[in-house]
Design a protein around this ligand. Structure first.
Ligand SMILES: Cc1cc2nc3c(=O)[nH]c(=O)nc-3n(C[C@H](O)[C@H](O)[C@H](O)COP(=O)(O)O)c2cc1C
Ligand SMILES: [Fe+2]
Ligand SMILES: [Fe+2]
Length: 413
């Protein structure tokens, strides 16, 4: 790709990366990921965000700089909003070819620059409200937004163009499809962004939802024309849409989410699966939207996104060696870790002699702010009566979920 103009003397210089690697070593990115970085030319030159050496990203970044006639030794500032290595992996190499560049980050960011890259000199710590005059009308202003995603995180606002360089906030998985801009994104591509934004949020940001709300509130007086995150689309026509989208996602962690049910199940020999059939019949009879996922067959990254946006959550799995079926236990631990709160929840599953899965379920659902329906467990295969009970309990949960108002109101971009 070539540099893309956001405003006079402000360009996107990032890279779209396809890689076999998992994001953070955990999350699949079959659609790749955009590592957005930006160059701002006043009398001084600032780069906001970098890339990591990943799928050719570092070379693309350097080629983009070259196309803008920015020699590395002419870079005055490297602004690091967030120190996670998807954005900063290239810091050490860039500093070695851009020795004049001063790294600009928060106090906590400076500690991480030292910790990750062993760089101590020419590192400037900034705090909320600090400004950096680049000349020719370009002024950067910094605002700390701790824990969106890491504790050191800040955003950078360019006052003349009113562009907010937002870091991970408002980001998404997935490379750009045809354009980096919201207003050049056709209807056909929007569902791609919606699902990749939600999955990114559920996988990476969900735990920090209260901090997202706090950050959005703390920036609400800024006159923002464009939101330029470090992943995903640049929102130049409808920054309010992505703000509303992120508030919606953040609120999934504060209250019941969308009127849908996420069913996650696993079974070794088909006994639990028999009950699944009844449960699905109960949900379908109420006409409630459902997404059904089998563990360990489907990657937890996708199931997490589905569970995060659903007001109803049904977990079905057997006992395995006195505990919960291991892939389900792993998934439930992820729900805990990511603070997937406020769900109407049912557990069902088969056991042979002692049971154990239900006990794990109860332990793993502590402190999750869930509204839990009496579990349905059965020895071996479910009887006719148990199957009928499964259907009617699922019908009840579907009825309750139907009463929850939908929160989706932000599609217009
Ligand atoms: C490897 C393995 C370990 C098991 N461990 C236990 C156990 O500790 N306690 C128990 O009550 N049942 C145990 N069971 C029995 C299963 O929970 C039981 O067969 C159940 O019906 C399986 O449900 P499914 O057909 O949905 O896989 C175990 C079964 C297997 C295959
Ligand atoms: Fe991050
Ligand atoms: Fe990131």
């Amino acid at each position: 790709m070539v540099p893309i103009k956001l405003a006079k003397d402000i360009h996107w210089i990032g890279a779209n990366v396809h890689t076999e690697d998992l994001f953070e070593g955990i999350w699949p990115i079959p659609n790749g990921v955009a590592l957005n970085a930006y160059a701002i030319k006043g009398e001084k030159v600032a780069i906001v965000e970098l890339v990591r050496e990943w799928g050719g990203a570092a070379l693309t970044f350097l080629e983009n700089l070259k196309s803008l006639s920015i020699e590395p030794n002419k870079i005055d500032y490297i602004i690091l909003n967030h120190l996670e290595p998807d954005h900063t992996g290239f810091t050490y190499i860039l500093r070695s070819i851009a020795p004049n560049a001063e790294i600009v980050t928060t106090q906590k960011g400076s500690d991480l620059v030292d910790g990750f890259y062993g760089i101590k000199d020419k590192v400037m710590s900034v705090k909320t409200g600090d400004e950096l005059d680049l000349g020719k009308g370009k002024t950067l202003q910094f605002f700390e937004i701790p824990h969106v995603h890491w504790p050191e995180t800040m955003v950078t606002y360019e006052k003349e163009s009113k562009i907010l360089f937002a870091g991970d906030a408002f980001g998404a998985f997935g490379v750009h499809r045809g354009s980096i801009f919201d207003d050049e994104t056709s209807e056909v591509v929007k569902p791609y962004w919606e699902s990749e934004m939600l999955r990114y949020y559920a996988n990476i940001i969900a735990m920090f939802s209260p901090n997202v709300i706090k950050a959005i509130n703390s920036l609400s007086d800024l006159d923002i024309k464009t939101i330029a995150p470090s992943h995903g689309l640049v929102w130049r026509s409808s920054p309010d849409v992505v703000v509303r989208k992120y508030l919606r996602y953040a609120n999934y962690n504060q209250d019941f989410a969308e009127p849908e049910i996420c069913v996650v199940w696993g079974s070794m020999y088909g006994n639990t699966e028999k009950m699944l059939t009844s449960v699905l019949r109960g949900i379908a009879s109420e006409g409630v939207s459902m997404n059904v996922h089998r563990v360990p067959h489907e990657d937890p990254s996708y199931i997490l996104a589905s569970a995060y946006k659903s007001a109803g959550l049904i977990i079905g799995c057997p006992t395995y060696e006195y505990s919960m079926f291991p892939p389900m236990k792993n998934f439930m631990e992820l729900l805990q870790k990511k603070h997937v709160y406020y769900k109407k929840v049912l557990y069902f599953g088969s056991f042979g002699w002692s049971g154990g899965a239900q006990r794990d379920f109860e332990k793993l659902s502590e402190n999750m702010k869930w509204d839990i329906i009496e579990p349905i467990t059965f020895k071996g295969h479910p009887t006719k009566e148990e199957l009928e009970k499964g259907e009617s309990v699922a019908k009840d949960i579907a009825r309750q979920v139907k009463e929850i108002p939908s929160k989706i109101k932000d599609e217009e971009y």
